[in-house]
Design a protein around this ligand. Structure first.
Ligand SMILES: [Zn+2]
Ligand SMILES: [Zn+2]
Length: 273
């Protein structure tokens, strides 16, 4: 793959576009709004806490993973070219979003103010609500500008990544093999080969002859349909350049969008990793 994007400006400028900042700002505000109303309403707080308690650890991990994936999608869709959007099954419902936001807050409290969790549970809503609004006041002291919005968002993303890496086994050195999403495979275009054919199909090592219909992946690599279909049932990557197609697996999607950001040096630019 042609790795060197010919941006003349530093990449920082290319991603710090109004769209990205605006999208992160509106998503952060939405999360603040949901978490604040959750904490200030005793009934929704207990409902959500009860829901969290009913979930097993793998379910909690999936919850954080879905929240993480929807945030990664917000970050990556403004890049040029954007990666393909995640599979719709990876979207998060309101109830799950609330539970994920509360779970992340509880993890943070457990790390920095564990004494709060020793108080009676009936007090948690009130104390957490106060702690949360204090932290928002501190953030708004920093100001709603690029760093003030983006850095807390990136920190949230990294917290999710650690949680999912530890619990879900994401981010191991060896990539998990995941099938491409059938909806993504069905949407792949057919190309009729003209003018001398398309060279060798790297899967079967045979010539793709002129006049034949072959499959084109979004990275523009061509393959015989009969060769690429069984391949994509096992892996979501291009056999030539490892371009990743969407999958139906939440952890697979996280890996795909995460490695997209790593390739774009997003985290290096934020100097947070
Ligand atoms: Zn072939
Ligand atoms: Zn390719």
């Amino acid at each position: 793959m042609g790795g060197s994007n010919s941006h003349k400006n530093p990449r920082f400028l290319s991603i710090c576009s109004g769209n990205l900042t605006h999208s992160i700002l509106s998503q952060s505000l939405y999360h603040h709004h949901r978490l604040s109303s959750l904490l200030s309403s005793p009934s929704s707080f207990f409902f959500t806490l009860h829901y969290l308690h009913s979930l097993s650890l793998p379910h909690k991990t999936l919850l954080i993973a879905k929240h993480f994936l929807s945030s990664l999608h917000q970050l990556t869709r403004h890049f040029h070219p954007p990666p393909l959007p995640p599979h719709p099954s990876a979207t998060i419902k309101h109830r799950d979003l609330d539970a994920a936001l509360l779970l992340l807050l509880l993890c943070e409290v457990h790390q920095y103010n564990p004494e709060i969790l020793k108080t009676p549970r009936t007090e948690w809503g009130r104390i957490l609500s106060k702690r949360y609004s204090d932290s928002i006041l501190m953030q708004s002291g920093v100001g709603v500008h690029y760093g003030g919005v983006l850095l807390p968002f990136v920190e949230m993303i990294i917290r999710c990544w650690r949680f999912v890496s530890v619990m879900g086994g994401c981010g191991r050195k060896e990539r998990r093999e995941v099938a491409a999403a059938p909806s993504a495979v069905v949407a792949l275009p057919t190309v009729e080969l003209k003018g001398g054919g398309g060279g060798e199909c790297v899967i079967c090592r045979e010539e793709m002859r002129e006049g034949r219909d072959v499959c084109e992946l979004p990275c523009e690599h061509l393959f015989h349909w009969m060769c690429i279909l069984p391949w994509l049932k096992k892996k979501n990557t291009c056999p030539c350049c490892r371009f990743q197609l969407p999958t139906e697996d939440v952890l697979g999607e996280i890996q795909r969008l995460w490695s997209f950001l790593i390739k774009k040096d997003f985290f290096a630019e934020q100097r947070v990793m």
